[in-house]
Design a protein around this ligand. Structure first.
Ligand code: KG4
Ligand code: ZN
Length: 346
């Protein structure tokens, strides 16, 4: 089965083509245009600019992906597109493109939840047979922090989520406080490696009996720490910046690991997956195996390759494949963007 995936929910214009045979996923074309350079000037994604920039890029990205895959549109079985969550006007560009392609190429159309894309993204790196159910996915991105229970592909229940900031958002905000370049998450984790004496910060909700998270208090603790240093001098030294970055990162990762461990143990999940931009974080990736050691029921941990952690259309095509198998299609007339669409919700 050949699936074309389209992703434009935020600031990446991405199109992928998957060829799935005997449950083996082959990515035969994948092009992503990132708008990071433009948004860098503003220190964050400006929704109106993001949507406008998708428009001139989407057809060149499509043409490039088709030529990489070396196929004609006639060979494509279905078109999968992100319909939410995300930025309304950015989503509209991908949806309009998918709608028109579905109409003129006469292909079935699939609406995909962006967070479902992150949940299945590890399948671009690990074989399908590696995932044993029930499985648990820690989805950590710029807008979401969720623990998702997976009974089977397509059957998702959120068992825990952030009550305030997403962990990626906290990385970005703390990076801004430390005056690091945009995007903050990767910049912060890069310098944290050099820390000699990481600052100790609180680990919010680590012992709460539920599986929810909270990162806004941690960000505020970092802000107070910086303000205290700045009472005596105008700027932080390089050492103070790296110690602060490493301390924040450790506190955030401690909470993520601890809650995932406890949820895996209570729900007796056999496989742990991670997905989303923060899954690219080196410390989180390094520490995930701790869960394997401490929760005996867990058989394995599947972490996507770096390129599939941040937003990409390959993961949207994988999620689309599972729906295509069940013939869960929509139509160009029916599909519409839903900026607040939750995984598991119809
Ligand atoms: O999944 P994603 O590309 O977009 C959303 O759906 O939000 O995630 C982007 C988020 C940003 O907050 C970014 O700072 C964070 O992922 N991120 C990282 C790293 N790489 C990206 N956070 C921590 N460490 C990283 N290495
Ligand atoms: Zn994302």
């Amino acid at each position: 089965m050949i699936i074309l995936g389209i992703e434009t929910s935020c600031d990446e214009t991405s199109i992928a083509i998957l060829d799935v045979k005997n449950k083996k996923i082959n990515l035969i074309g994948h092009t992503t245009f990132s708008q990071i350079k433009t948004h860098k000037k503003y220190g964050g994604v400006i929704p109106e600019i993001a949507a406008r920039l998708h428009v001139p890029k989407i057809l060149p990205v499509l043409n490039k992906t088709l030529s990489q895959a070396n196929i004609t549109p006639a060979k494509i079985d279905a078109i999968a597109v992100t319909a939410g969550p995300g930025l309304m006007t950015s989503l509209m560009v991908g949806i309009h493109t998918a709608r028109i392609l579905s109409y003129i190429w006469k292909k079935p159309l699939i609406k995909v939840n962006h967070m479902e894309g992150h949940v299945v993204s590890a399948l671009l790196t690990h074989p399908m047979k590696d995932i044993k159910f029930p499985a648990l996915c820690l989805t950590v991105s710029g807008g979401h922090t969720e623990l998702v229970l997976i009974k089977k592909w397509g059957d998702y229940t959120i068992i825990g989520r952030t009550r305030d900031d997403a962990v990626g958002e906290a990385f970005d905000k703390v990076a801004k406080l430390l005056e690091l370049p945009y995007p903050g998450g990767p910049a912060l984790s890069k310098i944290a490696i050099n820390a000699k004496n990481p600052t100790i910060f609180p680990t919010p909700m680590i012992n709460s009996p539920d599986y929810d998270f909270s990162f806004s208090g941690l960000k505020t603790a970092v802000r107070y720490h910086i303000e205290t240093i700045k009472k005596n001098k105008p700027t932080l030294s390089t050492e103070e910046i790296t110690d602060c970055a490493a301390g924040f990162q450790k506190a955030a990762v401690d909470v993520l690991i601890s809650k995932t461990k406890r949820a895996a143990s209570e729900y007796k999940t056999k496989t742990i997956l991670i997905g989303g931009g923060v899954a690219a974080n080196a410390l989180l990736r390094e520490r995930m195996p701790e869960i394997l050691k401490e929760v005996p029921i867990i058989k394995n941990i599947c972490i996507p390759a770096f390129e599939f952690c941040t937003d990409n259309a390959a993961m949207i095509a994988v999620a689309g494949y599972f729906q295509a198998k069940q013939k869960k299609f929509t139509t160009p007339e029916k599909i519409k963007p839903n900026p607040i669409w939750e995984i598991g919700e119809k």
